[in-house]
Ligand binder design. Structure first.
Ligand SMILES: O=C(O)CCC(=O)C(=O)O
Ligand SMILES: [Fe+2]
Length: 337
């Protein structure tokens, strides 16, 4: 069985390597997405000091009094997905669209709070910031960090296009509006007993909706992915190295649809840290707080996503019908709020 402590790829071999190194890299990327559903990148291109600073800003933001955080409130409903969501506001689910079933699932709240922002010129989902004097510098930092992450998304999209023998900028051209989302997540310290007995959750098992997700996690642990080979079997994705050393990349539903399932949108969740990683927490009644920073990328709203040529054949027919990225994403997002 794979333990997910291996499978780390060096992204600099793609970004600055020779043709041969780039070919090797995309082959390994393809293997990782087919077999594990995610990959860990080192030398990923996001400035490590900025990642650490982003965690520091995140801790500062979430430590503000509740009424101050509510000066940048996430509007009611799923859209725009911007601003601050308090604990319990969002409940992530998978494959449940019926309102009464969703209400029942909400009885087990996700114990997390989040702050979402996007591109400065995203008119469809304008940013919602705190008044500047409440946390001076926060907005400028997040706007810059967004650009840093977006650049890496575009490089990964090129690598994915190359892995599928598509023109190198194929996927980039479908993401030209840069309607991505930078998310700060804080999971407060919670009772081990309640989490282990599933009376509360941190983030329940789900796949991401868009095309790909970059994820930085702190050293707490708790992220798990479902095995591609055995449904229901979750394996921890241990944090390794210092904060910012490693970037976890997983694919979302729309990339699964584009590739006709060659690459799956891996199901993942956040639980308590794995015991083999943090033995000291066994003695405590509480799991420590956790912070993470996902960055979600998705295609332009009007892009029609359907299985790409080369990803289906007579013997491997299309598994998905065409749908626009905007319609698909909204359908899934609507279930979360
Ligand atoms: O906190 C994490 O590590 C994962 C968060 C996540 O899966 C999400 O926000 O979609
Ligand atoms: Fe996720």
């Amino acid at each position: 069985m794979k333990t997910h402590t291996s499978g780390v790829l060096d992204f600099s071999t793609y970004r600055t390597g020779s043709l041969k190194q780039r070919q090797e890299f995309v082959g390994q990327l393809d293997d990782a997405f087919r077999n594990d559903g995610f990959v860990r990148l080192i030398n990923h291109g996001v400035d490590k000091d900025k990642v650490k600073m982003c965690f520091a800003w995140s801790a500062q933001f979430f430590s503000l009094p509740a009424d101050v955080k509510m000066l940048a409130p996430h509007p009611p409903g799923a859209s725009p997905h911007r601003g601050y969501s308090a604990i319990g506001a969002e409940k992530i689910t998978q494959d449940v669209f019926d309102r009464s079933n969703l209400m029942e699932l909400r009885q087990t709240p996700d114990m997390k709070e989040s702050f979402e922002s996007g591109h400065v010129s995203d008119e469809r989902q304008p940013n919602i910031w705190l008044p500047e004097e409440q946390l001076p510098g926060f907005r400028a930092f997040m706007e810059d960090f967004y650009c840093e992450c977006s650049l890496v998304v575009h490089s990964v999209l090129d690598a994915l296009s190359t892995a599928l023998c598509l023109p190198v900028h194929y996927f980039q051209s479908k993401h030209s509006h840069d309607t991505f989302q930078l998310r700060l997540l804080h999971y407060p310290s919670v009772s081990r007993k309640l989490l282990n007995e599933a009376k509360i959750s941190r983030i329940g098992a789900h796949s991401d909706f868009g095309s790909l997700t970059l994820l930085f996690q702190d050293s707490s642990g708790g992220l798990e992915v479902e095995s591609m080979q055995s449904t229901g079997n979750f394996q921890p994705v241990h944090p390794i190295g210092e904060i910012g050393d490693v970037l976890v990349v997983n694919l979302g539903d729309l990339m699964e649809r584009w590739t006709n399932g060659r690459w799956k949108a891996v199901v993942h969740r956040v639980m308590g840290p794995a015991v083999d990683q943090r033995t000291e927490i066994i003695a405590s009644d509480e799991y420590p707080a956790r912070y993470s920073i996902p960055f979600f990328a998705g295609p332009n709203e009007d892009v029609v996503v359907e299985p790409l040529p080369g990803c289906w054949s007579m013997s491997n027919p299309k598994k998905f019908t065409p749908i626009t990225a905007g319609v698909y994403t909204q359908k899934r997002a609507d279930t979360s709020y």
